[in-house]
Every structure is written in structure tokens, then in C-alpha cells.
Unconditional design. Sequence first.
Length: 336
Amino acid sequence: MTARYDFASDNTAPAAPEALEALIAANTGFTSGYGTDPVSARAADLVRELLDADAEVRFVASGTAANAVALAALCRPFEAVLAHEHAHICTDETGAPGFFGHGLGLVGLKGASGRIDPAALAGPLAAPDVSYRQSPAALSLTNATEYGTVYTAAELKALTGPVKARGYGVHLDGARLANAAAAGFDLKAIKDLGVDILVVGGTKAGMTPTEAVAIFDRAAARRFDARLKQAGQLPSKGRFYAAPFIGMLESGAFLRHAAHANAMARKLAALMPFPVVHPVEANGVFVEMDEDRLRALHKSGWFAYRFLDGSVRFMCSWATTEEAVEQLGETLKGLA
């Protein structure tokens, strides 16, 4: 039996046609390299238009690289980043922030369903600077969160406000920013939230491997290309990282496909015979399932991961079909 990875991750989906068509369109003629080409310039303009912000925009290969390089720009090696304890930078990036940041630390904070509890943030911010501990210099947020929940602009402001009041930096991991926007989060509000560097996810949104780094803080933008070059993230043929954003943003597919993924998650949640343990606000469904039933699910041909909190995660993507949701729903009903 061939394993089906339709719901294992939104990374397992193919690239959307709009992204591929833009890549083909970019694959003509000769142009300058290292992100100085007209394709990269056009893609950057579209990202700025999406955010309604005058930001520096660069394109890199992965979310891990985007996050790590961004945090390295906001922290010195003897400082730390505050983040949710289950944020991707804390659990799934193999120490990349510390590697790119030459030793910067990560401090995990509590919060239900992936959202940082403001009370959990207060303690580290109030702690005195001492020589034997990496004091915070930045806050990292994720929207949509690792548990498929979506911060409102007001909720983000409640977290960034105290951080900015202390002169610290703010990084926003938007690996699933399209899904957050499709759920109602206003992307144009980001520029007023105190975010210094934003990662606009491309890969999970249906593009070939690419992420956009939007730098709102011009001081952080200084020599950023040199930082990218040192990190191996300034490719000579940069137009091929940038082009998918043109196809997805010009056509509206960036938000349209995310809305579809979110709708498929809601449909799956409605069919789910197992208890759903986190609000279904974006494109993920997290359920309570014992190990025997998870093994049986795998044997039936469907693959899903057990997540950080012990729940089993089902992720929908731009390519998820209603038929696939219904088929999985029937399988799960049989297991339950």
C-alpha cells in the first residue's frame, strides 16, 4: 500500500501552478545576479504592496534560514530570544538561530494553543541583567501559530508593546502567514505592531522552496546582504527564489489557496470522530488519539505526525481536495 501524505504537512503538497508558471516566465534571457534583477525587484514590490509597508525585502531558501538570519540580525551572541516554547525556532530548527547568531539563546514561554501568554512574557522582561545569563534582546512570534491558531493584531500588540518599550527587537515567523490572513488577520496591520523583521512564508503557501524576509527596521537592513551571503542565502540566480511570489501575489493565489486550505481544515474538523484539542482557525486540525489508533491509521495508508503536545496533527494545503478529506474522515470513523 502506498502511503498517503496529503495531511502529514502542508510541505508535502506540490507547488501551485501559479508559482510554477512564474518560474517558467522568469527563465528567459540574461540578467544581473544576487537579487539585483528585475524579477526580484518586482517580487519585492508585490510583497511591500501586500503589507502596505516600505520594507526591504529579500528572498531565501527556507523558513529555518529566514528565521535564523533574522534573529541573528536582532541579537548579539550573548543575548536571547523570547519565543513560545513550541515555536519552530525552539523545537524544529536544530539550533540554527544559535548557529547563525553565533551563540544567541532561546527562552521558551508558556501559552495555550501556541499563543504566548502575556503573563509568561512579563517575568523574563522584568528580570535583571546579570553576567551569567543571556538576557532577552528580541521576541519571536508566530502567526498562524504551530497549533493552527491565529493571533489578532490586538493580541500581537499586547506582546510587542512591552518588548518595544524596552528597546528590544521583534521577529514574526509567518511561515503560514497566508493562512492567518485568510482567517482574518490584517497583513497591513503588521507595520504598526513594532515588528522589525517579518518572514512571509512561501513554501507552505504553495510555492517552490522560497521565503520572503521583510525588514521594517532600516538599521537591521544595513549589510543584510552580506549576512545572507555569509549564511549561504544569497544565491547567484536569486530570481528563481523571487519569481514564485510574483505568480502567487499577482494572481491572488497566495490568499485564495490559503482560504481553501483553511476551509478543508474546517471540513475535516467537522468530520473528525476524535476530540479536537485546539481551535481550528487556520489549516491545521489537532486531535487526541492513542498510539494504537495512530499505528492503525498508518497501516491504513494515511500518514500523520504526533505533535509536540502529544496530539496528532493533520495539515491541509492548497492542494487538499474535498474527496481526500472525506476519504480520511471515513477511515478515521472506522478507527474510532
